[in-house]
Design a binder for this molecule. Structure first.
Ligand code: AMP
Length: 229
């Protein structure tokens, strides 16, 4: 049975879901940092392959740039391969998977999960956030130029690298991804919710507030203080 025991010695395995730009990456990062888990981000694995010009990257580049979904067989294989690495002691947060019913069925047949975290944000808010999304081409730090301008125009505050947009953050691709989310991904919440505890949070708030609610709903204890070793 899935549990919300909140015992730190437990291994926690979570899926995080929500429309693109809802802040699930940020929430996943906060969780894994606090509880020493591993963030498995499927979109990031694809982007790494595209950037490093691997065989897989060459095959999926156009699909990802258009904001379309990569075929299920490829995605299932990537996720299986990544999960088989077992390089976590305290669990993982799986981000960007499953995205449709066949992926969810594959996942439910093969893996146990403790909870699904769903972040709710209206489409108009995410479109605004995505259009302002930038990342540093050198160190990868995320920015949102609607909320925070870097000190120097288009330059990273930390390393001075050039700030760039994700290739798939265009109006057309965003519309396609939103459509896919509503038609294929969101209906999975019912399916997954029948088998796994579901944590549903309002994502139109400050990231710290959302994180507190997620931890509270998951029954997680206060994390050990960072940097006190
Ligand atoms: P994301 O970073 O989650 O927005 O993912 C970026 C892109 O990677 C998506 O627009 C898809 O092209 C691809 N992708 C990521 N996860 C999946 C998935 N579970 N199924 C199919 N395609 C995916």
């Amino acid at each position: 049975m899935p549990s919300f025991s909140g015992d730190l010695v437990d291994m926690h395995k979570y899926i995080i879901m929500g429309v693109q730009g809802c802040g699930k990456g940020t929430q996943a990062q906060m969780l894994v940092k606090a509880y020493d888990m591993v963030h498995i981000n499927v979109g990031e694995i694809f982007r790494w392959n595209i950037e490093h010009r691997t065989k897989l990257g060459a095959r999926i580049q156009r699909i990802v740039a258009r904001g379309e979904l990569v075929d299920d067989e490829t995605v299932d294989e990537i996720v299986k391969h990544r999960l088989d690495e077992h390089n976590w002691n305290y669990g993982f947060v799986l981000d960007g998977f499953p995205r449709n019913e066949p992926q969810a069925m594959f996942f439910l047949e093969s893996y146990d999960i403790d909870a699904v975290i769903h972040i709710n944000v209206p489409d108009e808010v995410v479109v605004q956030r995505i259009m302002g999304r930038r990342f540093c081409s050198q160190c990868g730090l995320d920015y949102n130029i609607i909320q925070t301008w870097p000190k120097e125009h288009n330059r990273c505050d930390v390393c001075g690298g050039r700030l760039v947009k994700r290739q798939d953050d265009t109006q057309e691709s965003i519309e396609r991804r939103l459509q896919d989310y509503h038609n294929k991904t969101r209906p999975l919440l019912d399916l997954l919710g029948r088998n796994i505890p579901l944590v549903d949070v309002d994502g139109a708030r400050a990231p710290e507030e959302i994180q507190v609610e997620i931890r509270c709903q998951l029954g997680l204890p206060e994390p050990p203080a960072q940097g006190t070793a």
